[in-house]
Design a protein around this ligand. Structure first.
Ligand code: HEC
Length: 180
């Protein structure tokens, strides 16, 4: 009797498998929903090193300082010197050794990354809440704190990619053809 049941089960399983495989091209699990260009645009926010993807808008360090004090200093310290979260300015020369603390000033090769990172990830508890003008202003302020630009320079989609970072040539470039 046991064998009988096992045989029936095997035939049943084979039948179900056949049905499933013949229908697999016409049926889907019916999950998800259509996505249009606008939906994608909201997530398509990456900025390339050469500035591709930077939005309209602008800002200066003076404006950035006010926003920084309200939304960033509590974690990153006054003037970006660090606190419960990493320092955003200064830093010793990286030639001091492998354990040297890395900051925007002594490590980051592209200024455009400051915009991308800040817009997508900061403030820590409320990412994606800053306007593009606020992010340009904060980027300008962080560049001033690192003595990379002057206070009066306006940051926008044209000027930001022109900023040359101190550690720009400190990396071994794996894909030169993809590097600006
Ligand atoms: C609640 C605390 C908090 C606040 C507020 C905050 N940050 Fe941060 N931030 C962090 C932490 C934590 C990290 C490190 C994240 C990591 O390494 O994964 C970080 C990393 C960063 C970095 C990258 C630093 C590096 O060298 O890797 C930048 C730039 C930055 N924050 C900018 C800002 C700006 C601008 C603001 C204000 C709009 C802000 N943060 C507000 C906690 C905070």
């Amino acid at each position: 009797m046991f064998m009988r049941n096992a045989e029936y089960l095997a035939i049943l399983a084979a039948g179900l498998f056949f049905l499933a495989s013949t229908n697999s091209y016409t049926q889907t699990p019916n999950l998800g929903m259509p996505i249009d260009e606008q939906d994608i645009a909201a997530w398509d926010i990456d900025i390339l090193p050469d500035g591709t993807g930077l939005p309209l808008g602008q800002g200066t360090a003076g404006e950035g300082k006010i926003i920084y004090e309200q939304k960033c200093a509590v974690c990153h310290g006054v003037n970006g010197e660090g606190g419960i979260s990493p320092a955003l300015a200064g830093g010793d020369p990286l030639s001091n050794g492998i354990d040297t603390g890395k900051t925007i000033g002594n490590f980051w090769p592209y200024a455009t990354t400051i915009f991308d990172y800040t817009r997508r990830a900061m403030p820590w508890f409320a990412p994606r809440t800053l306007t593009d003008n606020e992010v340009y202003s904060l980027t300008a302020y962080l560049l001033v704190l690192n003595d990379i630009i002057n206070e009066e320079v306006v940051m926008n989609a044209n000027t930001l990619p022109e900023v040359r970072m101190p550690n720009r040539d400190g990396f071994i470039v794996r894909f030169p053809e993809r590097t600006p």
